[in-house]
Design a protein around this ligand. Structure first.
Ligand SMILES: Cc1cc2nc3c(=O)[nH]c(=O)nc-3n(C[C@H](O)[C@H](O)[C@H](O)COP(=O)(O)OP(=O)(O)OC[C@H]3O[C@@H](n4cnc5c(N)ncnc54)[C@H](O)[C@@H]3O)c2cc1C
Ligand code: FES
Ligand code: FES
Length: 1234
């Protein structure tokens, strides 16, 4: 969870009376930003309030559950409440488009969004037939709990609405001299302001600003103005529209739409609506106000306010109030002038929008890293006034944001344009040149380069001119350049085998925990109720790389009331290390729980502070002072592999010869020599919605009960025992479920668990360590980044004769977890590698030790090789798919799979059509690509399971060492148990894993855990069935319960355990193919993912709904690597600059393929696995690379138009708008009309 309005996991619903209309309204808010005192007089409705499994679920909950819209379930309550609020706010009537547009602020890292959107679109008034048909099977929709008083769905408690008297303000005072005022009118507002004196104060509108810039801890007075009637209304005059300063962004959109439709001269307000729709997300816009947004810009000039840029361009005026009846002397103010006046004890009272005659043309733009919920690289708003004939410009307002702190108007361009006809080539060209000279963006490495932003500003102006130009003046090839990409409503198709059998095995069924995930009843670590005397822990992070810790002074922090302790390396009674060294399976090196001496990376934990609350622990750590010394003044810092390579720092590189591949024979037909470079420079953050967390509770006999979000509890148990110097058996671990993990909670969890255990052991109190998103991003390692260089010699058909490939992985700061053991296996993908020589190294950098992340090493391995194939195709001039066919290994499955697949998806026909489209369009290009994936599945270690039948009623409980983290393990296990025992799901329950039942179990890793857990449960159930056979044979008509009881009476053991061993399993391959089609706007760098087809071989899928979800979610996670996710480090300090939801962007709901088609290979049971299925979690991630090839196809056409040399070029992920624009080789000299 982000705690800043960026992820949506915390969304709840508010209901109240609007201060102006007095109507009852409903809206979604992010509870992490909603001040509880602001809820005075409102109803707060949480996910628990609208339904529960026992008392009946709300239809929103039911739909999400039944459409397989949950995996780990951590995002599900937020999703439910966002949809619930939407429905309530629109009286139950929403369109599919509204649904699709409303989830920009709800991140789901697991599902890939498609099933969530389908579930909610099925509730829309225009829901399509296919979705409605899916609902037919959803029984129990009427189970919604209904309030006996109102007849409407029960919200859990009775309403507070109307119980508050708006004539009386409210004042709360707190021990630390802080005050909270809830006021209802301007008179009260200025009365309170008059009492403030010099104390720092804040007006509270909706409070989302805290999500962008953290509120100062020094604030003493808070004045809640959200119910001030005078600030929330609007008025339409003859030539102006006035809206109250604290009209919310959502309300502003409604007002603008209404006025634009009803009143002449205000048509351009529609453009505002489109722009505001791109600000933040629905819950933030529901609370965020026009005035609050402007005030944010006022306080932080670098804030790329969208409101500011649009208001400034259109000539809107701000009216300040400095008293209840008093307007400010400066009124009315242009937004740019407002930035220069004192705001002490003043409020933004209203905004005045002018009407614009038909001689005006207004457009605005916002270009950002993903489709929704991101701040802009550059935003722009342009207003031109023409003479009647539209032959010259009378006035011009050209505004840009995101250039530098002070830039608003392009004044030189504005001057230049007066009297000119911009729809003449020459004038346009000169205008672009003026702009090029005028715009000088500042440098902000966490956003994008100044060159890109300058280019973007010019191309946005060009886009505007194309868009507003008389149609006959624009060459047809240029016309689409004037449009913004239009995303249609997305849809999905899933083609799976239908299994006719009676049992639920091999059937598409909802996840077993889906209901409790959608009702908020599913319990994660941080849902475990608070213990008495419980303490909260926060890591203290070091920030001077290469510095040696001389001393740490925690005295100031410890003086704060409620702060209990600070512990560092010196307090560890055992070994300062969280790697399970005694675990001989891996060759592990020490990694310190707390840095004792030299800081290895910016963000490395140096200790923990313990306090009575979460907020206090995080506050206290700021008062802890660390003193460092340095061995040398200029010891180099290498945040990433790029700096290591640039500095040729060989001492940071080490060979990993055990993973070299050696060619066995070379070909002789060497017609072309191809050399190139490939890199995935930025690693990927796991972004599990549940951050790393652990709760440790002291228990009897000097034991510790450890509830951690761990994928591998056994290693945690060993590390904790080693750190505390206690027996391993004194550490009791429990894992119920994880809110996502993706590999990040395999080994790294040890550090969190050890730190929390140390706190608990030393204080003898329960300690809860919940990492904030920023800490999680800074302190914990991520996906290994990689780069490679290759030289291939090929024949004229592109068949490889020799290949020398050298790749390097970025280890981060430790050599643990060498991922080459994966990369070396997968780098061959589906190709004949007899002539390949592959060598590899690892690089040590100054970043957190990188770690396993879904498809680790394999994602880059397959990408590297497919990249080489694309490069070869370019050089030999063949279609890349033909070059791939040329290089397939003998007897490859793909020899038949590829032709069938490309035929099914009509690859060649679509490619021909795309090439035609590209010839006819200069500024919008399309691309298509196909890529294969062959994924090796292997098993390791051992794992236990237990199945117990209770003779009391024949119910069954089971547990395995497998951890449910969204992959659907529990559902599959349940399907198997129900199938083998022949009893319904209702009779079976799944219990958490723990260190008693699951002693020494291997972690839940590498996609195979579901298969392994199913195998174990199958074995246990078979043992039990064998034991009960005599009793069934004796009485074939007896019920299950009778057979159980009879067996019990004969002292039959009704508990069975089984331990799976790696040797029992055979390895096998998963095959997959993907095809992606994209549309690229070359003037903005934005893309539309028009269609993606995936064919994956899941064997005989045990649970096709779950497997489809894994494929879609995995693919979308892969998309993140190639399109949007970027970890940027400060080159001087190695500080991670993108450590928040504000600047690190996984794909959102509108970044997924518009047309997303998944097909499972039909009727192909896996002979290597007793249950005939295949692993499914990781392989789809590797298929995301296909999108990069499709984009390359589009850019290739642009480069040709732009006169670039027909050479291969490096296009490293993430392929951001910046990379696209720069790679396309655009030249502003080509920005013409015809
Ligand atoms: C996740 C997220 C994404 C966002 N993305 C964008 C984006 O892309 N583009 C964008 O432009 N914005 C963005 N924002 C900002 C958002 O648009 C809000 O408008 C902004 O946070 C202000 O919120 P608020 O009005 O509730 O003010 P608050 O948060 O309540 O207060 C903010 C400041 O405004 C002052 N203030 C409030 N009302 C008045 C008034 N009447 N007179 C004087 N001062 C006043 C307060 O004193 C305070 O200092 C984002 C915010 C979040 C949380
Ligand atoms: S939006 Fe509130 S926790 Fe992320
Ligand atoms: S199910 Fe959405 S984050 Fe896991």
């Amino acid at each position: 969870m982000c705690l800043e309005g960026g992820c949506g996991a915390c969304v709840v619903t508010l209901k109240g009376v609007h201060p102006v209309t007095k109507e009852k309204t409903t809206w979604a808010v992010n509870s992490c930003l909603q001040n509880i005192y602001s809820c005075h007089g409102l109803d707060i409705i949480t996910v628990e309030g609208i339904g529960s499994k026992k008392n009946g679920m709300h239809q929103v909950q039911k739909r999400l559950a039944n459409f397989n819209g949950t995996q780990c379930g951590y995002c599900s309550p937020g999703m439910v409440m966002n949809m619930y609020s939407l429905l309530e706010s629109k009286n139950g009537k929403v369109t599919m488009e509204e649904v699709e547009n409303s989830f920009g602020g709800n991140i789901c890292r697991c599902t890939g969004y498609r099933p969530i959107l389908d579930a909610f679109k099925s509730l829309a008034s225009d829901a399509d037939e296919t979705l409605l048909n899916l609902c037919k099977d959803i029984e129990d929709l009427d189970g919604t709990k209904t309030c006996p008083k109102t007849g409407t769905p029960c919200i859990g408690s009775c309403s507070a609405i109307g119980k508050v008297d708006p004539k009386h303000s409210l004042k709360l005072t707190f021990e630390d001299d802080r005050e909270w005022h809830k006021i209802y009118n301007l008179t009260e507002l200025f009365k309170v302001m008059g009492t403030i004196g010099y104390r720092p104060y804040q007006l509270v509108a909706g409070n989302p600003a805290h999500g962008v810039y953290r509120r100062s801890a020094d604030l003493k007075v808070f004045i809640d103005i959200s119910s001030v009637e005078e600030l929330r209304g609007f008025k339409v005059n003859d030539n102006t529209l006035e809206i109250g300063g604290n009209v919310t962004l959502t309300e502003a959109m409604e007002i603008f739409t209404k006025v634009a439709n009803e009143k002449k001269g205000f048509e351009s307000l529609k453009e505002f609506v489109t722009h505001i729709d791109l600000i933040a997300n629905v819950p933030v816009r529901n609370n965020g106000t026009i005035a609050g947004n402007l005030a944010l810009k006022y306080a932080n000039l670098s804030f790329p306010s969208d409101v500011f840029v649009v208001l400034e361009a259109v000539g809107a005026k701000i009216v300040l109030f400095s008293g209840a009846q008093k307007q400010d002397e400066h009124n009315p103010l242009a937004p740019s002038d407002f930035l220069n006046v004192s705001m002490r004890r003043k409020v933004i009272g209203k905004i005045i929008f002018p009407s614009l005659s038909s001689s005006f043309v207004f457009r605005s733009y916002k270009i950002m890293p993903r489709a929704q919920n991101a701040h802009s690289y550059v935003n722009a708003a342009f207003l031109l006034q023409f003479n009647e004939e539209k032959t010259f410009i009378k006035s011009a307002s050209i505004c840009f944001g995101g250039i530098d702190d002070f830039f608003d108007h392009a004044e030189k361009l504005e001057k230049f344009l007066i009297g000119k006809d911009i729809y003449l080539n020459e004038v346009l060209q000169n205008a672009c040149e003026v702009l090029e000279k005028e715009i000088k963006p500042d440098s902000d490495p966490s956003i994008s380069s100044p060159e890109f932003r300058k280019h973007l500003a010019i191309s946005l102006f060009y886009k505007f001119v194309l868009n507003t130009s008389p149609s006959d003046k624009v060459k047809s090839e240029f016309k689409l350049g004037g449009e913004t990409l239009k995303r249609e409503i997305s849809s999905g198709q899933q083609q799976i085998d239908v299994n006719e059998g009676k049992s639920k095995l091999y059937k598409r069924i909802p996840k077993v925990e889906a209901d409790i995930q959608c009702t908020g009843e599913a319990q994660y670590v941080n849902d475990i109720p608070k213990f008495e005397n419980e303490l909260h822990a926060a890591f203290v992070l070091g920030d001077k790389v290469n510095g040696r810790i001389k001393s740490i002074d925690a005295s100031e922090a410890l003086n704060i009331s409620g702060v209990v302790a600070f512990y560092a390396a010196k307090d560890i009674p055992g070994l300062n290390n969280f790697m399970p060294l005694r675990f001989k399976m891996f060759n592990l090196k020490i990694e310190e729980v707390f840095c004792r001496d030299k800081l290895l990376y910016h963000g490395q934990p140096v200790g923990i502070v313990l306090a009575e609350t979460f907020d206090l622990a995080y506050k206290a750590r700021k008062f802890i002072k660390i003193d460092y010394s340095f061995d040398h003044d200029d010891e180099p810092i290498y945040p990433t592999i790029r700096e290591v390579m640039k500095a040729k720092a060989d001492d940071r590189l080490f060979d990993v010869p055990e993973y070299y591949l050696k060619a066995s024979e070379y070909g002789n037909d060497k017609q072309h020599k191809i050399s190139g470079h490939f890199e995935i420079p930025s690693t990927q953050y796991h972004y599990s919605m549940e951050t790393q967390q652990c709760l440790v509770v002291p228990s009897e006999d000097d034991c510790l009960d450890v509830y951690s979000s761990a994928q591998w509890s056994d290693t945690n148990q060993i590390s904790i025992a080693e750190v505390l110097n206690i027996p391993v058996s004194n550490v009791n671990t429990y894992v119920r479920r994880l809110g996502g993990a993706f590999g990040g909670k395999i080994s790294r969890q040890g550090q969190i668990a050890c730190a929390a255990a140390l706190g608990s052991y030393l204080t003898k109190k329960p300690v809860r360590l919940i990492m904030s998103m920023e800490d999680n991003m800074r302190a914990i390692g991520k996906r290994f980044s990689s780069m490679s260089d290759y030289v291939a010699e090929v024949d004229n058909l592109g068949k490889i004769q020799t290949l020398k490939h050298h790749y390097i992985h970025d280890q981060g700061c430790s050599p643990n977890e060498v991922v080459q053991f994966n990369t070396s296996v997968y780098i061959g993908n589906c190709y004949n590698i007899k002539s390949w020589d592959v060598t590899t190294q690892s690089a040590l950098t100054h970043s957190a030790s990188n770690t396993w992340m879904r498809a680790p090493g394999t994602t880059d391995a397959i990408a590297m090789t497919e990249h080489v194939m694309e490069h070869i195709a370019r050089v030999v001039g063949r279609d890349p798919i033909d070059v791939r066919m040329e290089n397939l290994e003998d007897g490859s499955e793909f020899k038949t799979m590829i032709p069938t697949f490309i035929n099914d998806v009509k690859y060649r026909e679509r490619k021909a059509a795309i090439d035609k489209f590209n010839l006819k369009n200069r500024w919008v290009k399309r691309g298509i690509a196909v890529s294969p994936m062959k994924y090796f599945i292997a098993y390791f270690g051992s794992m236990h399971g237990i199945v117990s039948i209770y003779h009391g009623d024949g119910s069954v409980a089971l547990s395995t060492g497998g951890v449910e983290m969204g992959q659907g393990l529990n559902t599959k296990v349940m399907q198997v148990a129900s199938h083998v025992l022949g009893i319904p799901f209702e009779k079976i329950s799944i219990k958490p894993s723990n260190s008693l039942n699951n002693a020494n179990d291997i972690g839940s890793v590498a996609s195979v855990t579901s298969e392994v857990a199913c195998y174990i449960v199958k074995k246990c159930c078979e043992i039990l069935m064998e034991r009960m056979k005599p009793f069934k044979d004796e009485n074939p008509e007896a019920s299950w319960e009778e057979i159980v009881e009879n067996a019990f009476l004969k002292n039959t053991d009704l508990s069975a355990t089984y331990m799976y061993k790696q040797e029992e399993m055979e390895t096998y391959y998963v095959y997959g193919l993907s095809c992606a089609e994209v549309e690229v706007d070359l003037l903005t760098g934005n893309i539309l993912l028009k269609r993606v087809d995936i064919l994956e071989d899941t064997g005989e899928s045990m649970s096709p709904g779950i497997d489809i979800g894994q494929i879609e979610g995995g693919f979308v996670m892969g998309l993140g690597i190639w399109l949007t996710e970027n970890l940027i480090y400060d080159p001087k300090t190695a500080e991670l600059l993108t450590d928040r939801s504000w600047n690190y962007k996984p794909p959102g709901a509108k970044d997924i393929p518009i047309d997303f088609r998944i097909k499972l290979v039909q009727k192909k049971p896996n002979p290597c696995f007793v249950l005939r299925s295949k692993a499914v979690g990781e392989p789809p991630v590797t298929m995301g690379v296909v999108v990069s090839f499709a984009i390359r196809h589009a850019i290739d056409s642009a480069r040709k138009d732009n006169g670039c040399e027909d050479l291969w070029y490096v296009l490293s992920p993430p392929i951001s708008p910046e990379k696209i624009i720069l790679a396309a080789g655009l030249n502003i000299k080509d920005f013409k009309l015809n």
